[in-house]
Structures are given as structure tokens and as C-alpha cells.
Design a binder for this molecule. Structure first.
Ligand SMILES: NC(=O)c1ccc[n+]([C@@H]2O[C@H](COP(=O)([O-])OP(=O)(O)OC[C@H]3O[C@@H](n4cnc5c(N)ncnc54)[C@H](OP(=O)(O)O)[C@@H]3O)[C@@H](O)[C@H]2O)c1
Length: 239
């Protein structure tokens, strides 16, 4: 099928990794629909993109709203789940249980509910790409909360690759990527955090949102890949 006849829904397409996916896939000629939590964020995003992209509000916190969004979107070919939940950093001993539960409620259950709502509209020959996080793939002290949420998403994705076949299901596992998720940090502290992490990696750089978008485009377009977890993490697993 030609890209111009192929439609992709990118949940969390208003920022960071999801936004880079929307831009890259639209440049490749695909028909892209992005979601953000509010109509205002959708409108803001569409105004930033030169391409003819559509948008729908979708908030993980609103389960009936998720179903309504997919009913409005109608039939489509590929789903990319790139929405974020609250990040839960911290040593396990003092890790706030409520914060981890909130992270599950948002990202894990958000992905779960979105997948269930999207399935009736998703083409049998289509694909699903889930964005997890490197904390689930490498034992980094202080990231138990992130590891648990993203690990659950990865295992769900691999099992769904069998259950939902012939649809393909893959996961991309990003390492540290400079996105608006870190806008809460003071600029100097943010740069120091990114540079410090980059210095420890074999590749001596941190990730860009388009590094991840490139991997998402590969997983989405390669008809021989399913049940894979693709690490796009600068080699953080190598230590
Ligand atoms: N950046 C990293 O270093 C990194 C590393 C590993 C994994 N990841 C994962 O990559 C994914 C994207 O992260 P990012 O850094 O690109 O984040 P980001 O720039 O903050 O973008 C987050 C996106 O998720 C949407 N979103 C947030 N809460 C939502 C909710 N309750 N319901 C639906 N959508 C929601 C946001 O929509 P609004 O515009 O409405 O807020 C936005 O489109 C996340 O799952 C994150 O865990 C990121």
C-alpha cells in the first residue's frame, strides 16, 4: 500500500518522541493523525507541522474518551503509542508507592485502554509500536518505578505480537532522549544532566527525538519484524 493510502495514529504526537514520529512519517508521505490530551494542544501541534495532519484529543485518564476518539478516527493501519506518564525516579527503599501507582495508572493502563479501544479500527495487516524505556532493559539503581511500568508494557507487547497476529506488534526502548519531558529542569541543570549521561555512553551523545522516530518508522514499515524490542539507547545496556 502506498504511504498516501496508509493511515497512522500517533498517541502522544504533540511533543518529543511522538511529535518527531508525526513529522518523520508525514514527510514520508503517510496520512498521520496525532493525539494530545486537549483540543488546544492538538491545534497547537497541527499549527507547528507543515504537513496535512489531523488530530484528536485523547487523555489516558478518560477511558470513555479514548473509545470516542477512535470511533471518530475510524479505520486505520498503524498505531504508535508514545504518550508519557509521570516519571517515577528514586531509591526503592523510599519510593513513593502512590507515585508508582499513578505512573501505572497513566502509562501502563493508558496503553492498555488505548490498545483495546483501537483494535476494532486497526487493519489486520497493520502494526502496533509501543514506546517503553531503557530502565526496563538495564538495571539502573533508582529506576525501579520506571523499570516496572515499562517492563510491563514490553511484556504486554511481545505477547500481543502472537495474540494479535497477523498484526505486527513491536516495542522501541529509548534511552535518554532530550525532549520537553525535561522542560521542568533549569536549563543549566538539564544540559549538565544530558552531558553527564552522554559521557557515560559508548556513543558519547544523548538521544534526539528523531533517533527514536527513525526506529519507529523501521518497525512500522518492515513486514518481517514482530515481537521485537528494539533498543535505541546509545548502548546504555553495555555498561
Ligand atoms: N525522553 C526520554 O528520555 C525518554 C526515555 C525513555 C522512554 N521515554 C518514553 O517515551 C515516551 C514519550 O516521551 P517524551 O519524552 O517524548 O515525552 P513528552 O515530550 O513529554 O511528550 C509526552 C506526550 O504524551 C502525551 N501525554 C501525556 N500525558 C498523557 C495522558 N494522560 N494521556 C494521553 N497522552 C498523554 C503528551 O500530550 P500533551 O501535549 O497533551 O501533554 C505528549 O504528547 C514516554 O512514554 C516516555 O516514558 C522517554
Amino acid at each position: 500500500m502506498k504511504p498516501s493510502e496508509t493511515s497512522i495514529v500517533i498517541v502522544g504526537g504533540s511533543s518529543g518522541i511522538g511529535f518527531a514520529c508525526a513529522r518523520r512519517l508525514a514527510q514520508m508521505g503517510y496520512r498521520v493523525v496525532i493525539t494530545a490530551r486537549t483540543q488546544a494542544r492538538v491545534d497547537e501541534t497541527l499549527a507547528k507541522l507543515a504537513h496535512d495532519i489531523a488530530g484528536q484529543p485523547l487523555d489516558y485518564a478518560d477511558r470513555p474518551g479514548i473509545a470516542a476518539a477512535f470511533a471518530r478516527i475510524g479505520a486505520f493501519d498503524h498505531l504508535v503509542l508514545a504518550g508519557a506518564g509521570p516519571a517515577t525516579w528514586g531509591a526503592f527503599e523510599s519510593l513513593d508507592r502512590d507515585a508508582v501507582q499513578a505512573a501505572f495508572a497513566s502509562k501502563f493502563w493508558g496503553y492498555f485502554d488505548t490498545l483495546q479501544a483501537a483494535l476494532p479500527q486497526l487493519a489486520k495487516q497493520g502494526s502496533i509500536t509501543l514506546v517503553s524505556g531503557a530502565a526496563a532493559r538495564v538495571a539502573l539503581p533508582g529506576t525501579v518505578g520506571l523499570a516496572a511500568v515499562n517492563g510491563a508494557i514490553e511484556r504486554m507487547g511481545v505477547t500481543l505480537a502472537k495474540e494479535l497476529a497477523p498484526r505486527r506488534v513491536n516495542v522501541v526502548s529509548p534511552g535518554l532522549v532530550d525532549t520537553p519531558a525535561y522542560d521542568w529542569m533549569a536549563p543549566e541543570a538539564r544540559q549538565a544532566m544530558l552531558d553527564g549521561a552522554a559521557a557515560k555512553l559508548r556513543v558519547q551523545r544523548y538521544g534526539t527525538p528523531d533517533d527514536i522516530a527513525q526506529a519507529v518508522a523501521f518497525l512500522m514499515t518492515n513486514p518481517y519484524v514482530t515481537g521485537s524490542i528494539l533498543d535505541v539507547d546509545g548502548g546504555v545496556r553495555l555498561g
